[in-house]
Design a binder for this molecule. Structure first.
Ligand code: ADP
Ligand code: ADP
Length: 232
């Protein structure tokens, strides 16, 4: 089965005449252990789709499945639990807390859930991200690329089934962007995680296995095994 599935997903903001239809009957699937990029013009519904798929926002109609679990039927508490254990998020703005060290930021979601990460897994992630020497630093003492890697580590630590990344390289120079993309790709290849990433950047999209194109709140096409040229 698909890791994530949208069935007839529609989302409107506002009421009546003033309503904006951000998603209009979206059907799509994201298979397990695949890296998918969502691309489309500004305002086409990409963020709305990600937020509905991740249980951060509720659709007006339609269904979302995470594996066999249907999200729209869950209570707020069940959704919070599911987000905590099965979903990871990476945002364009790194969303690190400025008064916490890199390590404390990474561990915060798990601590809030009352669990500790597996130390070996933590060492593996931190080592791969080149953050071993940076664990005690505050965010302002880190470069943008390092801050985003802390945010990626925070998302990977609970070993979620699915990672949603919204423009994860949007604020990064190309070298840091490449490091983040390679990490996301290796988490798919080596750890079997599913990554769904919104991006405007053809280079970022070329790291994915498949691009889903969205326009006016609908799926407008797909590109398998994209290259930088095929998504421009
Ligand atoms: P994208 O991520 O592709 O830029 P969005 O999902 O952010 O697109 O937005 C899709 C449409 O929904 C746009 O017309 C946008 O203006 C509208 N929209 C998004 N969020 C809200 C909101 N909170 N309230 C009202 N309209 C919104
Ligand atoms: P965008 O820039 O694409 O609109 P934001 O970073 O503004 O995305 O976040 C969108 C929504 O997701 C906000 O309502 C925010 O409160 C929520 N959010 C952000 N991070 C998390 C998280 N880790 N867990 C739950 N909700 C989150």
């Amino acid at each position: 089965t698909a890791a994530v599935r949208a069935v007839g997903l529609s989302k409107s903001y506002g009421e009546g005449e003033a309503a904006v239809r951000a998603l209009d009957g979206v059907h799509t699937e994201f298979m397990g252990a695949a890296f998918t990029a969502i691309m489309g013009p500004s305002g086409s519904g990409k963020s709305t789709l990600m937020h509905c798929l991740a249980g951060l926002d509720t659709a007006t109609s339609g269904l979302v499945y995470l594996g066999d679990t249907e999200l729209t039927g869950l209570s707020d508490r069940e959704l919070t639990e599911l987000r905590r254990h099965r979903i990871g998020f990476v945002f364009q703005a790194f969303n690190l807390l400025p008064v916490l060290t890199a390590e404390e930021n990474m561990l915060l979601p798990m601590r809030l859930g009352g669990v500790d990460p597996d130390p070996e897994w933590m060492a593996e992630i931190v080592g791969r991200l080149g953050l071993t020497e940076r664990l005690g630093h505050l965010p302002h003492e880190l470069s943008g690329g390092q801050q985003q890697r802390v945010a990626v580590a925070r998302a990977l630590l609970p070993r979620p089934d699915v990672i949603f990344a919204d423009e994860p390289t949007g604020n990064l120079d190309s070298r840091s962007g490449t490091e983040v993309l390679e990490l996301l790709r290796s988490s798919v290849r080596e750890f079997g995680q599913t990554v769904v990433m919104v991006t405007h950047d053809p280079v970022a999209a070329s790291y994915s296995d498949r691009v889903v194109l969205i326009a006016d709140g609908r799926i407008a096409g797909e590109i398998d095994r994209p290259t930088t040229d095929s998504v421009i």
